[in-house]
Design a protein around this ligand. Structure first.
Ligand SMILES: Nc1nc2c(ncn2[C@@H]2O[C@H](COP(=O)(O)OP(=O)(O)OP(=O)(O)O)[C@@H](O)[C@H]2O)c(=O)[nH]1
Ligand SMILES: [Mg+2]
Length: 355
C-alpha cells in the first residue's frame, strides 16, 4: 500500500525533492528496492574495462635515487637506471625529458603508468631557468589535451598525457631548501601537483631528519609554496582532517631499494648496511609507506581530479582568454621549437611492457 504522506506529496525522510525542479518529487520507498546503488557496480565494471592512467614526473639532481624510488613504488622496473659511460655524458648539456609508459595489472585492474624523467635537472654550475623546459613540457601536455578537446571530430576518450603529479627530490643536506628548490617549487606548484620528498633519508639521523622536515615546511610556508594536498582544495571537514595529517608529514623522508632481504623470516625490500637492514616499507624506518599510500592507495583519483579541474582548467581559461576564444591559434607563451627553450632536447619515448 502507498503511504498517505506520499500520495499527498508530504515530505518524508524517504522522499527527496530534486533541488532544481521544485515540483518534481522523486520518491524512493525503502521497502521497494529500485536498484540505484547498482550504479556503483556499473561504474566499477566500466572503470575495469577502460583501465586507469597515471602520469608521474620525477625531478631532482642525478643520483638522488629517483629511478630506484619509482621502481620501489610500483615493485617493478618502471624507471631505468641511467647508463653512464663517459664523464662528459654523465651530465647532459640540456635537460632531456623522457617519458616511458608501462601497463601494470593488479587484481584485474589495469593501469597505464607513465614515468616522466628529467635527467640533467640541477646538475649544472648555473641552474638558473632549469625549471623552464619542465614548465614547457607540462604546458605542452595541457595544450595537446585542449586541442583534442576542441576538435570537432574528437576521440571518444582523449589520451591523457597531462602530468598528474611531480615528485620533487630534495637532497638530504639537513640544512634548508636551496634557492633552486624554492624557485622550482614556487613556479611549478602553480601548474602541477608537487609532492616533495627528502631523498636517501637513511643518510640522516632521526633528529636531523625531523629538523630538516620542519625547516623545509617553514621554507615552503615562507615562500608561499602550496604543495599537494593543497589546503584550498579540501572538499569538506573529513578531507581537511585527513589532509592536515598529510600536510604535517610533508616532505616524506624516503628510502628506496630494489633489493629484497630476509628479515625475521620474511623477504622485505630494504638496504643492507653493516649495522642492520633499513626496511623500506617499515614506518619506523622511513616514510616510504606514507608516500605510497598517498600516491597510490588513498589519493590517486584526487591527484588526477585536481590536475583536471584546477591546473588544466587554469591553463584552458588562460588560453581561451589569450586567443579570444580561438584556441586553434598558437599559444603565445609556448615556444614552437622545443630547442628554443633554454637549449632543451625533448625526447619522447614510449615503451610498453606487460607485468
Ligand atoms: N643510501 C641510499 N641510496 C640510494 C637510495 N635510493 C637509491 N640509492 C642509490 O643511489 C644510486 C643512484 O640511484 P638512482 O635511482 O639511479 O638515482 P637517479 O636519481 O635515478 O639518478 P639519475 O637517473 O642519474 O638522475 C644507486 O646506487 C642507488 O642504489 C636510498 O634511498 N638511500
Ligand atoms: Mg634515474
Amino acid at each position: 500500500m502507498i503511504p498517505q504522506h506520499a500520495v499527498k506529496g508530504i515530505p518524508h525522510p524517504t522522499i527527496s525533492s530534486h533541488p532544481s525542479r521544485a515540483n518534481v518529487c522523486v520518491c524512493v520507498y525503502m521497502r521497494h528496492y529500485v536498484g540505484i546503488d547498482a550504479i556503483l557496480e556499473q561504474m566499477r565494471r566500466k572503470a575495469m574495462k577502460q583501465g586507469f592512467e597515471l602520469n608521474i614526473m620525477i625531478v631532482g639532481q642525478s643520483g638522488l635515487g629517483k629511478s630506484t624510488l619509482m621502481n620501489t613504488l610500483f615493485k617493478s622496473k618502471v624507471s631505468r637506471k641511467s647508463v653512464v659511460s663517459t664523464p662528459e655524458e654523465r651530465i647532459p648539456k640540456t635537460i632531456e625529458i623522457k617519458s616511458i609508459s608501462h601497463d601494470i595489472e593488479e587484481k584485474g585492474v589495469r593501469m597505464k603508468l607513465t614515468v616522466i624523467d628529467t635527467p640533467g635537472f640541477g646538475d649544472h654550475i648555473n641552474n638558473e631557468n632549469c625549471w623552464q623546459p619542465i614548465m614547457k613540457f607540462i604546458n605542452d601536455q595541457y595544450e595537446q589535451y585542449l586541442q583534442e578537446e576542441i576538435n570537432i571530430d574528437r576521440k571518444k576518450r582523449i589520451p591523457d598525457s597531462r602530468v598528474h603529479c611531480c615528485m620533487y627530490f630534495i637532497p638530504p643536506t639537513g640544512h634548508c631548501l636551496r634557492p633552486l628548490d624554492v624557485e622550482f617549487m614556487s613556479r611549478l606548484s602553480k601548474v602541477v601537483n608537487i609532492v616533495p620528498v627528502i631523498a636517501k633519508a637513511d643518510t640522516l639521523t632521526l633528529e636531523e631528519r625531523d629538523f630538516f622536515k620542519q625547516t623545509i615546511r617553514e621554507g615552503l610556508r615562507a615562500n608561499g609554496i602550496d604543495v599537494y594536498p593543497q589546503k584550498e582544495f579540501d572538499e569538506d571537514a573529513d578531507d581537511r582532517m585527513i589532509n592536515d595529517k598529510i600536510r604535517e608529514m610533508i616532505p616524506f623522508a624516503v628510502v628506496g631499494s630494489n633489493q629484497e632481504y630476509q628479515v625475521n623470516g620474511k623477504r622485505l625490500l630494504g638496504r643492507k648496511t653493516k649495522w642492520g637492514t633499513i626496511e623500506v616499507e617499515n614506518i619506523a624506518h622511513c616514510e616510504f609507506a606514507h608516500l605510497r599510500d598517498l600516491l597510490i592507495r588513498t589519493h590517486m583519483q584526487n591527484i588526477k581530479d585536481i590536475t583536471s579541474s584546477i591546473h588544466y582548467e587554469v591553463y584552458r581559461v588562460r588560453r581561451l582568454n589569450e586567443t579570444n576564444g580561438q584556441p586553434n591559434a598558437q599559444p603565445p607563451n609556448t615556444l614552437v621549437n622545443p630547442q628554443q627553450a633554454n637549449g632543451v632536447a625533448a625526447q619522447h619515448q614510449v615503451l610498453t611492457h606487460e607485468m
